[in-house]
Design a protein around this ligand. Structure first.
Ligand SMILES: NC(=O)c1ccc[n+]([C@@H]2O[C@H](COP(=O)([O-])OP(=O)(O)OC[C@H]3O[C@@H](n4cnc5c(N)ncnc54)[C@H](OP(=O)(O)O)[C@@H]3O)[C@@H](O)[C@H]2O)c1
Length: 261
């Protein structure tokens, strides 16, 4: 008997942490995971924004949610996120390492130590640390955990002014492959999701510095557009569910056919 299609994507009774879940892609992914049946932990830097998003997601999905403010760049704050999730829901089945920052572009010759460190802590060191902490919890639970690291299609190409952001995201893709290999014996699957241009606050923020950035990004896709954030839901549900049971260590581009060079 084949599994039903609904069963393939069903997350009923499962627990998902989504970082950066108050806005943009994270908010859409958290909503999709909750509507597939998961209890969702909503994480960002700001407790009131987390509570607002968690309440809205609980209302639209009928699933329990937990709001927990945590700065991804704060190494010592990350264990508490894992502990609190386990205290509240008893387990962790899915981690979506989505929170990321993309401040004003800086050319390589102009890089400061502060700028490099800020991006490094939030876009790479924090997600790697959180994945490791969650994987230890998943190991205790037995096989079945799934981790999705959100990178960018820009990681394949780099570009003027964005090298720190894209370089660290490229490192996150590489870490994804290492994690997948190290944790496959534990039954944990790890994949990277690489978005192209999505209409989020991050994307809209680029307009202040470069009004043509969204249009240029749109034109670099085959579909000639910037996507709505809800268009990422199908991809994250696939990676977070049984639908991708034989998929690990891969990077999955969701970018309207954007060229990778
Ligand atoms: N949008 C795109 O076109 C695009 C393209 C490629 C890749 N991406 C990647 O997709 C992910 C989501 O991007 P987005 O466009 O949805 O961004 P966004 O609209 O700026 O949202 C970012 C989210 O992360 C949270 N956040 C920011 N800094 C944080 C920190 N230090 N610790 C914890 N949470 C933090 C923000 O909430 P608070 O402000 O409440 O903390 C917010 O919920 C990022 O990793 C980004 O690099 C986006």
């Amino acid at each position: 008997m084949h599994p039903s299609l609904a069963d393939l994507f069903d997350l009923t009774g499962q627990v998902a942490i989504v970082t950066g879940a108050t806005k943009g892609l994270g908010r859409s992914m958290a909503s999709g995971l909750a509507r597939a049946g998961a209890s969702v932990v909503v994480v960002s830097r700001d407790q009131s924004r987390c509570e607002e998003a968690a309440a809205a997601i609980a209302q639209e999905s009928g699933r329990p949610t937990l709001a927990h403010a945590c700065h991804m760049g704060d190494w010592d704050a990350l264990p508490r996120l894992v502990e609190k999730t386990v205290e509240r829901f008893g387990r962790i089945d899915v981690l979506v390492n989505n929170a990321g920052i993309h401040p004003a572009p800086v050319a390589v010759m102009d890089l400061s130590s502060e700028y490099f460190d800020k991006l490094y802590h939030v876009n790479l060191k924090g997600p790697v640390r959180l994945a490791a902490l969650v994987a230890k919890q998943m190991q205790k639970q037995g096989p079945g955990g799934r981790i999705v690291n959100v990178a960018t299609v820009g990681a394949y190409a780099g570009g003027p002014g964005v090298g720190t952001y894209t370089g660290l995201k490229a490192a996150l893709i590489n870490f994804t492959k290492t994690m997948a290999r190290e944790w496959a014996p534990l039954g944990i699957r790890v994949n990277a999701l690489c978005p192209g241009p999505f209409d989020s606050e991050m994307m809209r923020g680029t307009v202040k510095l470069d009004p043509k950035f969204p249009d240029r990004s749109a034109m670099a896709t085959m579909q000639q557009r910037v996507a709505d954030c809800d268009e990422v839901i199908g991809a994250v549900l696939y990676l977070a569910s049984k639908a991708s049971s034989f998929v690990t260590g891969e990077d999955h581009v969701v970018a309207g056919g954007m060229l990778r060079c």
